[in-house]
Design a binder for this molecule. Structure first.
Ligand code: 4AD
Ligand code: MG
Length: 479
């Protein structure tokens, strides 16, 4: 359907062609002598209107009331100019085949029941709606553009492990993976007491599947650094997991499980190279969807967030604002706005602060904040000459707050070791990471971008649960 409607003249150039369409019925309207069936095949927002008289092969299915919303059908016909005002062309059907019927009384995606909350409870059916169809296509285009950007720049895509012993961020937000037991085993319970070799809740790690505590990864960065230290520029793009007690106003004290993260790592690079890469990447993927997902973007512009197209165009064209953490704190201290969390030098910026900076202080421009205090950032960031701050950068954008977090990495063995000691990190767990500083260490930098946050930013969708196909949140792993 996108091929037909998306043509230069919205299908008019293809009039007279014999076409067939496979898809799902959105509506079926029977009038005296003609029936109109709106079919959607997921390729675009627009439906293809199919018209038929009672002489069409398969019309008996219409008559017996089986062509209902949600049913899957096949229609053969000829493309003709439409007399209706909503579309330029329509398919004059010659044959109709009902493939799978759909009981209208129980079909889960009724016109009346479309609240986001309700749709989350029927996550297997929500891609049938316009909103979720559009989100899925734009998400796909962003993923494609991500690979295209990095591939065109000569980066090598590296798969990072899902299960690991190292906590990259050192923030204790990992999910334990040690309860993994081969599913062939009869008892697949997840309680610690059921792990082989466990008695009274204490674990004998030598008996455990991995031989030591293992976790679901929070970030592929440390592994990416290993590959950047050999292949130069690399990136990862894969699932990451966080057991996060998020305290933003929108996600009060909920535990979120993040989806995919994109993590480029640049060798022989410093923080400026990192910021330039993040800016070019973000501008590229936004330009890509504005140019290639026009109909979906117009849908978001009309129904989800007014003005989003103009906003993204601006981001894709203008330079990002850049300021240090210290300047950001001073700016917040001078702000007239009352914040829920008070600000002082050394505090972590909360979502309300991040949003104030980008939305109000710099009227919607993305802002790159650099040089955070070392005490609120991860152990691997390069210590600045002042001994107090690190070469970190966060990219803040309207609505979302922190979209990207990155840094130049500590490439000096001694500095890294003393930082790890300060934080009480076990150097033995990170022996291989320290090796990268022992053998041919190079200045390098990288960043991580939460893919779901990018999809939220690019579509205007409010809730992160509505930009991931099957969200995993507390008590919900059903689909
Ligand atoms: O700032 P973070 O924690 O940085 C890292 O993980 C680094 N290892 C990245 C790197 O330098 N390679 O996370 C990076 C990004 C955030 O900016 C945010 O977009 C996303 O990951 N993110 C989340 N997205 C959704 N839900 C969460 N709970 C997220 N936590 C982080
Ligand atoms: Mg961060």
């Amino acid at each position: 359907i996108a091929d037909v409607n998306g043509g230069p003249e919205q299908g008019l150039e293809r009039i007279g062609e014999r076409l067939s369409v496979r898809g799902w019925v959105r509506t079926c309207r029977m009038q005296r002598s003609i029936t109109f069936i709106e079919v959607n095949d997921g390729s675009c927002i627009s439906n293809l209107q199919c018209v038929m008289g009672s002489d069409v092969d398969g019309y008996d299915k219409v008559q017996s009331g089986l062509i209902t919303t949600g049913a899957s059908i096949f229609i053969d016909g000829v493309l003709v100019a439409s007399e209706g005002s909503k579309q330029k062309v329509e398919l004059k059907a010659t044959k109709l085949i009902l493939i799978g019927s759909s009981d209208p009384a129980t079909f889960p995606v009724q016109k009346k029941k479309t609240s986001r909350e309700y749709l989350r409870s029927v996550a297997h059916m929500r891609p049938r709606t316009n909103t979720f169809g559009a989100v899925s296509r734009v998400r796909n285009a962003l993923a494609y553009a991500t690979h295209k950007f990095f591939q065109d720049m000569g980066f090598v895509w590296v798969a990072s492990p899902i299960i690991t012993a190292s906590d990259c961020e050192g923030a204790g937000q990992q999910f334990c993976a040690t309860t993994l037991i081969p599913s062939s085993q009869e008892d697949t319970g997840c309680q610690i007491s059921k792990i082989p070799g466990t008695k009274d809740g204490s674990i004998d790690w030598s008996q455990d599947f991995f031989g030591k505590p293992a976790f679901l990864t929070v970030s592929g960065q440390l592994n990416a650094e290993a590959y950047a230290s050999a292949l130069c520029d690399v990136y990862t793009f894969g699932p990451t997991f966080r057991a996060e007690n998020s305290n933003t106003s929108r996600h009060l004290a909920e535990f979120w499980i993040i989806g995919a993260m994109i993590e480029p790592e640049l060798a022989f690079a410093n923080l400026n190279d990192d910021m330039a890469c993040a800016t070019a990447y973000l501008q590229y993927v936004l330009r890509y969807i504005l140019d290639n997902c026009k109909e979906d973007m117009e849908f978001f512009n009309n129904w989800i967030e007014k003005g989003i197209i103009a906003r993204l165009n601006n981001v894709a064209e203008k330079d990002f604002v850049q300021l240090t953490y210290t300047d950001a704190v001073n700016l917040l201290l001078k702000a007239k706005k009352k914040f829920q969390f008070p600000v002082k030098w050394g505090c972590d910026l909360q979502s309300e602060h991040e949003r104030y900076i980008t939305e109000e202080a710099f009227s919607g421009s993305p802002v790159i904040v650099t040089d955070y205090p070392k005490d609120i950032k991860a152990f691997y960031m390069r210590l600045n000459a002042d001994g107090k701050t690190v070469a970190a950068m966060d990219v803040l954008v309207p609505k979302v707050g922190e979209l990207i977090g990155g840094s130049q990495r500590e490439d000096r063995l001694e500095s890294l070791e003393s930082r790890m000691e300060e934080l009480g990190l076990n150097k033995e767990t990170y022996w291989w990471y320290l090796d990268l500083r022992r053998y041919g260490s190079v200045p390098h930098a990288g960043f991580g971008l939460g893919f779901e946050r990018l999809v939220q930013f690019a579509t205007g969708m409010d809730n992160i649960r509505d930009v991931i196909p099957f969200p995993r949140t507390p008590g919900s792993a059903e689909f």
